[in-house]
Design a protein around this ligand. Sequence first.
Ligand code: ADP
Ligand code: MG
Length: 542
Amino acid sequence: SETVERHSFGAEVGRLLDLVVHALYSEREIFLRELVANAADAVDRRRFGALTDSALALPADAKVRINPDKAARTLTLSDPGIGMTKDELAQNLGTIARSGTRAFSQSLADAKPEERPSLIGQFGVGFYSAFMVADRVEVTSRKAGSDEAWTWASEGQGEYTLAPATRTEPGTDIVLHMKADAEEYLEGIRLETILRKWADHITVPVTLVRDGEEVAGTKGTALWRKPKSEVSEEEYTEFYRQVAHAFDKPWATLHWRAEGQLEFNALLFVPGMKPFMAIEEQRESKVRLHVRRMFITDEAGLLPSWLRFVQGVVDTEDLPLNVSREMLQATPVLARIRRAVTAKVVSELKSRSRDAESYATFWQAFGPVLKEGLWEDAEHRQDIAGLLRFRSSTTEGWVSLADYVGRMKPNQEAIYILVGDDVDALKRSAQIEGFSARGIEVLLLSDHVDAFWPERYDSHDGKPIRSITQGSDDLSAFEPEIAEGDAPADLADLLPKLKEALKDDVSDVKASQRLVDSAVLLSAPAFGPDLQMQRLLRRAGR
Ligand code: ADP
Ligand code: MG
């Protein structure tokens, strides 16, 4: 075994940086969000420090300033925040994932076992995203309370330099020397768009220098973080229109703060009408995920797809800013937020459903989407069932399953449904003659999903839900409420002849008490797809 050699892995820090940056961020423009977030953090930290040490007090017009210089091809971010000492520059910017490692080990110790994996997302690497767009970064910083300033500089290749500098006030300047292919980030309009998208709601003002003038880069409202009592209906409506790209008023506004185990602010809206863009096509919830006011993604799937019409924002402290999409999928924190947010929306719908008239407008717009959950979401099937509304063969207006069950005939065992393409056609269908004649209510279903969900949600309140086009002969328990007129003809001779004549098309021909005015109806076997399902399968070419 003298021939076995032992080697250390060679690691090139520059390559590692490259990997970190490209694996974490799918969009280059995110560097600006990361740097603005750091600057805002620094301002907040100084503000916090000033509570106990007046020497740290912020200037009155504290703001983050972004200054692009096309001629020099530099982008400079300046903040009057807490700043960094020479040591802190070396530690925070000179050690990859240092703060992350520390946060990692600390939270590992505090966290419950089931929460541990998500902590991997807390590596402090946001700063390095600057190297996606810059080939040289200089950070000049003066710590609040000190009069020394230092410049940290690096080309992101595994080395950095530290040199004494001057800065008249505490704070930090970050100068990015932009790569040749990143000049777009020196365009005022581009920078403004990026700020609007990713950082519009941080509370520290951000300004942008455009054509020598300083303009506001962000609005800084973060409406969802304000207490309800401080937000007017107009503000809610304006914000709703902005996030939903809508023109109507919200039908429901849910604004709350979760505290304790899970901390987040949420501001959600149920639109007042169906949006122009077909929600049948969009499959995933577009509710926006923010972390400490910063926009992260609108693809976190914060609500199940059967609630994808809900619009708005969830903002949490419980996730790191630089959480990647892959990590989002895996983190149990997000799963718990999702559960809490879903429960809240469901309970709001439940309470709003007591106002039948108002609920009808909601149901007409979004009922078909909600019903998809009966098929695909076993966990919420029961909740959704309570929210369902149907057209009915015996009344106008909308009927809930509870309404239906409440007026079932004494010896009626099943909830009867008839599924088709059009409610008016269903009302005239021969299929319901026998039920109408006996005063038995039939629910009339005409949405696409109605062909599917009864297969999975097949009973309610202990009563089976049965398609009346399936198995045709169970009405013997009910007395017809009409005079029978002529006695039924003796069909004994006719049935075998019909059966013979139709033998290529139907499996059986039976006498039925289901018919009153019509001579014949088509029926599906008691088990297997009902008539509507058979129609759909035929249309799909199967
Ligand atoms: P994170 O923000 O997740 O800790 P970053 O890589 O974004 O990781 O930043 C690393 C650290 O550098 C920060 O935690 C902070 O201590 C320091 N830092 C970065 N930018 C600034 C700034 N503008 N002012 C003061 N400190 C900063
Ligand atoms: Mg950061």
